[in-house]
Design a protein around this ligand. Structure first.
Ligand code: NAP
Ligand code: G4F
Length: 331
């Protein structure tokens, strides 16, 4: 039986990836941080099916210990401080585990199984920042625009470096924004769908947002974790852009989300200058041609379907109904 270790298993992507790997017959291990409150909401339904280990990307020995305990064939490094605005408030901490944390995981693999453990690094389209090319490809130069983006560039290059220095099987997935009903509520898609649901149910009267003009290439998280797994099943380790190849403004996201519950967004949305970032990433649109050709990967959920399913899930949640399973694609 194949064993996989996921850092960031309590996050959006970690929860979908754990489900995918269980479906594929893996023994799944996950790293969790100690907290005074358990933040295991996204993986509650996997209790008893996956093995949890306490460790922290800030602590080298804890990672080595977990690597010994779980003895994985594949390691997926998804843990990070992943919210861009927080990276301006906590730039040092963001760098500590979003960049140096990657080296700690790679060092543990180098010590314990450089020839047999395959490694996936969660790189990000935020690395393209002030974009130097449209659409963005694997070889588009990086120009990060936040401490988070800068930290991810380090994580990306140290992954490439361990592949080239030690011939380790290390892949970097440059993933564009991907969302779901499990997305943290601070990110714009979920903030909007949750806000729309609250307004529809009379729980709120307005939605405060920052820049409506920025454009993102948004896909569904359940589709994107498939690409991560596919990368580690290839004969050669490589880096891939994972994206839909479509871009939409935040304004279009807002229009669609309010329309899903028959409301006019202009009556409820207020622009709040405090939510505008010190440096913005104006336009992201990825070219997934390499992932499609080499991995046979293709996204299955469209932007419109994604927004509608997220709004419906938030309305249902706020009405006290359970959040639908991620495979309920019918919306
Ligand atoms: P997320 O929901 O914010 O999850 C982040 C995970 O990292 C959580 O499980 C968190 O644990 C864990 N973590 C944070 N700091 C840690 C530390 N010091 N030690 C151990 N674990 C720690 O993020 P996501 O959306 O699933 O994204 C997964 C990865 O993909 C991240 O690296 C993100 O930067 C990257 N990425 C995401 C996207 C996207 O659109 N979603 C796009 C490109 C790249 P707690 O639950 O304890 O906080
Ligand atoms: O949803 P966001 O916060 O995501 P962002 O900054 O693009 O980062 C996400 O995607 C990256 C991949 O490109 C990941 F690496 C990263 O970890 C994270 O998952 O913001 C999207 C856009 C931005 O242009 C922002 O300025 O929405 C704009 N926006 C407008 N009003 C807002 C708001 N964003 C947030 N979070 N909240 C607002 O009120």
């Amino acid at each position: 039986m194949k064993r996989a270790l996921i850092t960031g298993v309590t996050g959006q992507d970690g929860s979908y990836l754990a489900e995918l790997l269980l479906e594929k017959g893996y023994e799944v291990h996950g790293i969790v941080r100690r907290s005074s409150t358990e933040s295991f909401e996204r993986i509650e339904h996997l209790a008893g099916k996956i093995h949890l280990h306490q460790a922290d990307l800030l602590d080298q020995l804890s990672i080595i210990d977990v690597m010994k305990e779980s003895d994985p064939h594949e390691v997926y490094n998804l843990a990070a401080q992943s919210f861009v605005p927080t990276s301006w408030k906590q730039p040092v901490l963001t760098g500590e585990f979003t960049s140096i944390g990657v080296t700690r995981v790679l060092e543990a693999i180098r010590l314990l199984g450089p020839d047999r453990i395959r490694f996936y690094q969660a790189s990000s389209s935020e690395m393209f920042g002030k974009v130097q090319e449209v659409p963005q490809k694997e070889n588009t130069p990086f120009y990060p625009r936040s401490p988070y983006g800068v930290a991810k560039v380090y994580g990306h290059w140290i992954t490439v470096n361990y592949r080239e220095s030690y011939n380790m099987f290390c892949c970097s997935g440059i993933l564009f924004n991907h969302e779901s009903e499990r997305r943290g509520r601070e990110f714009v898609t979920r903030k909007v769908t949750d806000g729309v649901a609250r307004i529809k149910l009379g729980l709120s009267s307005e939605l405060r947002l920052g820049n409506l003009d920025s454009k993102r290439d948004w896909g569904f998280a359940g589709d994107y974790v498939r690409a991560m797994w596919l990368m580690l099943q290839q004969d050669q380790a490589d880096d891939y852009v994972v994206a839909t190849g479509e871009t939409h403004t935040v304004r279009r996201l807002v229009e669609l989300a309010f329309a899903a519950v028959d409301l006019d967004w202009q009556k409820y949305v207020k622009i709040d200058q405090t939510l505008v970032r010190p440096a913005e990433v104006d336009l992201l649109i990825g070219d997934p041609a390499k992932a499609k050709a080499k991995l046979g990967w293709t996204p299955e959920v469209s932007f419109e379907q994604l927004v509608e399913r997220m709004v419906k899930a938030d309305v249902a949640r706020l009405q006290g109904k359970p959040i639908p399973d991620f495979k309920a694609r019918g919306i």
